[in-house]
Design a protein around this ligand. Sequence first.
Ligand code: B1M
Length: 210
Amino acid sequence: MSKIQEIATAVENGKTKIVAGLVEEALAEGCDAQEILNVGMIQAMDVVGAKFQRGDIFVPEMLVAAKAMKKGVDVLKPKLATAGSASLGKVVIGTVIGDLHDIGKNLVAMMIESAGFEVADLGVDVPVAKFVEAVESDPAVKIMAVSALLTTTMPAMKDTVDALNASKDRARFKVLVGGAPITQDFANQIGADSYAPDAASAAKAAKALV
Ligand code: B1M
């Protein structure tokens, strides 16, 4: 079994104690950090999601797999993030109200930061008013980045973008959206300025917005 496959199996099975060590070993063997992330972790989480959908595992197993992935991401972080030069401005990011998924949002924050932005992370389950307050209270904010991982929280993303679009400061900032159920069509429908399907393209989209 390849080292990346070992990582994937460990993430799938929620082996929180061994993932960091396996990632360190993979890096020492010369494996590419991006491949470790994509194949060893993100694909492993897809397998976890599919098992959950089939009823083979339940929320606690999903949670422990997420914890295992986080341990690995912590090791990968310095390799994935290439320090940006001068600050391109401030980005506020958060996962919409009702939604507790944060791994993808954290990766997006990390990539945007490494593209040269200052990032303020509001966390998960963020009320609409908190997004609006974050941008209206800080004139340095150039992009509001909104994440949603559940089809059931897509309406909350729409409510958030509606409220941001109604902000008195709307001309000053852009709205970027993403997350597994979000599409370019949905982003257009709700009036976001930009959509990105993954963390790397979110960083590119953010750069294109400023
Ligand atoms: Co949840 N969950 N979950 N879950 N979970 C999914 C999303 C699901 C697809 C699993 C499945 O059924 N196959 C499903 C949603 C189905 C749907 O919406 N139709 C689901 C469900 C149903 C639920 C619960 C409702 C389960 C329950 O309680 N019965 C519940 C909801 C809780 C809530 O939020 N209110 C729930 C809970 C959880 C845990 C808490 C246990 C845990 C989250 C832990 C955490 O995040 N700290 C969890 C997990 C781990 C998953 C899966 C398995 C993995 C998510 C993940 O981290 N993926 C997930 C299945 C899956 O994704 N395959 C699943 C890896 C991550 C890197 O990808 O988050 O997609 P992702 O992020 C990507 C892109 O989406 C994009 O870039 C990221 C990196 O490339 N992106 C952006 C994300 N945000 C962006 C923002 C941008 C741009 C791009 O711009 C601003």
